[in-house]
Design a protein around this ligand. Sequence first.
Ligand code: ZN
Length: 183
Amino acid sequence: MFGQNCNVIAEDEFFMSVALEEATKAASLKEVPVGAVVVCDKKLIARGKNEREEMQTPTAHAEMLALQAAASFQKSWRLEECTLYVTLEPCIMCVGAILQARIRRLVFGCLDPKAGAVRSLYRLCEDTRLNHQLDVAHGILESDCAGILAEFFSCLRETKRAVKERRGGRARLKALDSKSSVP
Ligand code: ZN
């Protein structure tokens, strides 16, 4: 039994590391770094990364794109035998799609206290009023999943600050310039 659990953990970590690769790709394209993969019978069948900026579509979350790719690969909207791995706790929209797809198991990396609909704000995967419930595991490669987001947002803040400072600098120069041009 213990051995079996070890295998599941190793498998979860492996597929989460692939989801993290997707998140890294998203970051390099200046998208919020979230990545997802769909696994069926221990085989990776689909990948997705957040592409909201690139596609300018509010629904282009990593999970949505991975689910769409998995459904077209399986030629079926029912993904009953599949596990979805995602680096960040899914939002309401993505949990909605996960339930629609009848995903069997969800594994996510870190919590999203501001939008998470699995543990943080809502617990939609275990709501028996809905017609599907599923197993959930979280905390897999949690620090890596949270780290890539923290790094992305800290770089973003840094860039914004630099732009502001440059603008401030230009404004100061302009002010000096106009003063110096006074006869
Ligand atoms: Zn989402």
